[in-house]
Design a protein around this ligand. Structure first.
Ligand SMILES: Cc1cc2nc3c(=O)[nH]c(=O)nc-3n(C[C@H](O)[C@H](O)[C@H](O)COP(=O)(O)O)c2cc1C
Length: 188
């Protein structure tokens, strides 16, 4: 099995819990993964501190890259990172990617993933959407990306906020093509 090279981008949209749960899940799935490169925007750190009350993003054993570090390997297609997950994805970052404005490592990495025809998953959270948001999501979809709204499901009867948020993260992990044990509707 080819081990995976993943980029996780965390932006300043609400929903830091989704990023936390994804990073926790990737730790558990380490046997399928060669590398995880993480990049956080400035507001991602602020929102994480505000919503989760800690700075635990510092504690993950992944390689974190500064948001303006264009020397990061995945700023170039040659590094062959196969999948990028933006979780949560702000409307600002969505718009920059949709318009090809690669002015930080997150938007440049997404630009690279799309041009190399690899997998880009954007976990958007906003509600409602403006026409600008919808057009940007359409553009990203037409370019080969996947919009995966942070719309939790309830049919697994989640009991905590984390269990509810994990329903989103599990869909993201499925979309990324990683194997996991998770709730499957109507399976024993
Ligand atoms: C607590 C908090 C929650 C936010 N939630 C959202 C959100 O859900 N969606 C969004 O697009 N921006 C949200 N923002 C604003 C973004 O952080 C801001 O637009 C920022 O410029 C996005 O930049 P980034 O994509 O580089 O992180 C939030 C800001 C704060 C402080």
């Amino acid at each position: 099995m080819n081990k995976r090279k993943l980029i996780v981008a965390i932006t300043g949209a609400s929903g830091s819990v989704y990023a936390k749960l994804l990073l926790d899940s990737l730790l558990r799935l380490a046997d399928q993964i060669e590398k995880v490169g993480v990049v956080m925007s400035d507001n991602a750190k602020e929102v994480w501190r505000f919503e989760l009350g800690n700075q635990d993003y510092n504690h993950y054993p992944f390689t974190f890259y500064p948001k303006m570090d264009f020397n990061a390997p995945f700023a170039s297609g040659s590094a062959k990172y196969d999948t990028m997950i933006i979780i949560p994805c702000s409307m600002g970052t969505l718009g920059r990617i949709a318009q090809g404005i690669s002015n930080d490592l997150i938007s440049r990495a997404a630009d690279v993933i799309l041009k190399e025809r690899r997998k880009l998953i954007a976990v958007v959270r906003d509600t409602p959407f403006s026409l600008i948001h919808i057009n940007n999501m359409k553009t990203l979809t037409e370019a080969g990306g996947i919009i995966c709204p942070a719309s939790p499901s309830f049919y697994s009867i989640p009991k905590t906020i984390e269990e509810l948020a994990q329903t989103v993260v599990s869909r993201v992990i499925d979309l990324a093509g990683l194997e996991q044990d998770s709730y499957r509707w109507n399976e024993e």
